[in-house]
Ligand binder design. Structure first.
Ligand SMILES: Cc1ncc(COP(=O)(O)O)c(C=O)c1O
Length: 455
C-alpha cells in the first residue's frame, strides 16, 4: 500500500470507516435498490458501476445541468458528468428539444437511412478538428476499433502502438503496458484477451520519443493510437515538443497517427488537436458530442480517405468488418447537431475553461496550504489532482502515485456532503452550466476533508 501520499494511514482508515457509515445511513433507498437488483450481473447495469467508494452506487432520480438528485433526495454538484458523457451538462435544453422533435414529432429512431442532421454534424466536426471526412459509431470504443481496422487494411501492417496506461475503451490492442523490464506486457484487467497482446500491439511511455522510435523502427506498426494528453491515469500533459516529435516520427516510419479526443475534447471546441495545432491522420471521439445521447465519430484526413476509397479490394459497403446497424441513427445525429451548434459552442468552452481554472487554482491553494505533496493538472475544462508532486510525466509514474484508499475516502467525504467526482479519477469536469459557486462549494468541502485528514 502506498504510504507517501502525505497522510497518516491509521487516521485515514478511521475517517474512512466513519464516512462509509455515514454513506450507508444517508442512502437507504439506494441501498434498497441495489439489494433488489438481483438479476443484474453484479447488481448493476454494467459491472464497472460497482467502482464506488460507498459499497453500492448512488441511484439517480433526476439530473439537470451540473446537478444530480438521488433517489434518497440528496442533491449533488456533479463534477463527474458521466465521466465526460455529460460534459454538455445533463439534459441541455437544445438537445432535449432536438431529440424530442426527432422522436416525438418527426419519428424514426432507427431507420438505416441518413438524415440531413448527419451532414451538418460532419461539417461542424470538420470545422472544429480540421479533418475533412467523418463517419459515425455509437461509442468512442467502436470509433477506435473501426479506425484500427481501416488503418491495418490500408497500411498492410499488423500492430497498433499505444501509450502505457492509456485508456481507449475496451479495445483489445490497447491493453498493454510497459513492464518492469521495459518490454510490453499484458495490462492487469485484460479479461479474456483473444490473443497475447504483444502479438497485436506495441507500447511506449507517454513523453518518451526515444522509446517510441525504438518501437516504430520495427516497421510493423500500422498506427499510433494516443490521447494528446493522458486523461485516464490522472491527467499527464505533454512536455514541450513531444507531440511534434510523435508526428515527425510517425511520418518518418510510415505509421498513421490517431488522436483519441474523447476526453481531451475538454481542451477546447476542437479538442487538443485544434488547441495545439496537431495534425493526426485520424481523430476519434465520442461521449460529450452527443450531449448524453450515445454517439461516436472518427474523422479521416483527405489523403487517408482517398487511399481507402481507392482500394477496390476493401469491402467498405457490405461485409467490411466496420459497421453498426444503429451507428449514425437519426436520434444520435439530432442530438450531436444540437450539442455542437448550440451547447458546446466556442463561447461555452471559454466559460467552462474559466470555471475549471478557478477550480484548479482553488484546489492547488488548498493542497499547498495543507502542505501535501500532491499536484494539480488542468486540461481546459478538466482538472485532476494526483498524490505526487511534481506531476507525473508518464503513465507508469502516474500509476505508481495512485492511492486507492485515500481516493475512496475523498470521494465518500465529498459525496456525503453533496459533491460527485468521477469514481475512477480525482477528476472534475466543468459543463457550461457549472458555476463558480459550485466550485466554491467543492472547495469548502474539500478543504474540510483535508483538515480532517491532517488532524
Ligand atoms: C480516451 C478514451 N477513449 C475512448 C473511451 C471509450 O469510451 P466509451 O466507453 O464511451 O466507448 C474512453 C472512455 O473513458 C476514453 O477515455
Amino acid at each position: 500500500m502506498p504510504t507517501d501520499s502525505g497522510v497518516d494511514r491509521a487516521r485515514l482508515a478511521s475517517l474512512h470507516d466513519r464516512e462509509r457509515a455515514t454513506y450507508a445511513q444517508r442512502h437507504p433507498r439506494s441501498a434498497d435498490a441495489y439489494g433488489k437488483a438481483g438479476h443484474l450481473f453484479g447488481r448493476v447495469p454494467m459491472t464497472w458501476m460497482n467502482k464506488t467508494a460507498g459499497g453500492f452506487p448512488v441511484y439517480v432520480d433526476r439530473a439537470r445541468g451540473a446537478w444530480v438528485t438521488d433517489i434518497d433526495g440528496h442533491e449533488y454538484v456533479d463534477f463527474c458528468l458521466g465521466d465526460t458523457g455529460a460534459m454538455a451538462g445533463h439534459s441541455p435544453a437544445p438537445v432535449v428539444e432536438a431529440v424530442t422533435r426527432r422522436l416525438a414529432d418527426l419519428g424514426g429512431a432507427s431507420t438505416m437511412l441518413p438524415t440531413e442532421d448527419a451532414s451538418v454534424v460532419g461539417d461542424e466536426l470538420a470545422r472544429r478538428f480540421g479533418l475533412p471526412y467523418w463517419s459515425f459509431a455509437l461509442t468512442a470504443t467502436d470509433a477506435n476499433r473501426w479506425a484500427i481496422r481501416l488503418l491495418r487494411a490500408v497500411s498492410g501492417r499488423s500492430k497498433i502502438l499505444v501509450n502505457s496506461y492509456c485508456y481507449h475503451g475496451s479495445v483489445d490492442e490497447s491493453l498493454i503496458v510497459v513492464g518492469p523490464s521495459g518490454a510490453g506486457v499484458s495490462r492487469e484487467g485484460n479479461v479474456g484477451a483473444p490473443t497475447d497482446v504483444t502479438t497485436t500491439s506495441r507500447v511506449a511511455e507517454f513523453n518518451d520519443l526515444a522509446g517510441l522510435e525504438r518501437e516504430l523502427a520495427h516497421g510493423d506498426v500500422a498506427a499510433v493510437l494516443m490521447e494528446p494528453a493522458l486523461t485516464n491515469i490522472g491527467i499527464v500533459l505533454p512536455t514541450p515538443g513531444y507531440l511534434a516529435g510523435v508526428r515527425a516520427l510517425t511520418r518518418e516510419y510510415g505509421t498513421y497517427l490517431i488522436n483519441d479526443e474523447t476526453h481531451t475534447f475538454s481542451a477546447g471546441p476542437g479538442g487538443a488537436t485544434a488547441a495545439w495545432d496537431l495534425q493526426p491522420d485520424v481523430l476519434t471521439i465520442g461521449k460529450a458530442i452527443g450531449g448524453g445521447i450515445p454517439v461516436g465519430a472518427y474523422g479521416l484526413s483527405a489523403a487517408l480517405a482517398d487511399a481507402l476509397l481507392g482500394r477496390a479490394d476493401l469491402d467498405l459497403v457490405d461485409m467490411g468488418g466496420v459497421g453498426g446497424t444503429l451507428a449514425g441513427n437519426p436520434v444520435s445525429m439530432a442530438a450531436t447537431r444540437a450539442t455542437l451548434t448550440e451547447v458546446l459552442t466556442d463561447d461555452a468552452f471559454a466559460g467552462m475553461i474559466a470555471t475549471a481554472t478557478a477550480f484548479a487554482d482553488g484546489v492547488r491553494k488548498l493542497i499547498e496550504g495543507h502542505g501535501l505533496p500532491w499536484s494539480v493538472s488542468q486540461l481546459g475544462a478538466r482538472v485532476e489532482y494526483r498524490f505526487a508532486n511534481p506531476a507525473p510525466l508518464n503513465g507508469t509514474e502516474s500509476a505508481a502515485s495512485a492511492d486507492g484508499d485515500l481516493e475512496d475516502f475523498l470521494h465518500l467525504y465529498l459525496a456525503n456532503r453533496g459533491i460527485l467526482l468521477t469514481p475512477f479519477h480525482n477528476m472534475a469536469l466543468m459543463s457550461p452550466a457549472t458555476t463558480v459557486d459550485d466550485v466554491d462549494r467543492h472547495h469548502e468541502v474539500f478543504g474540510a476533508a483535508l483538515s480532517s485528514l491532517l488532524g
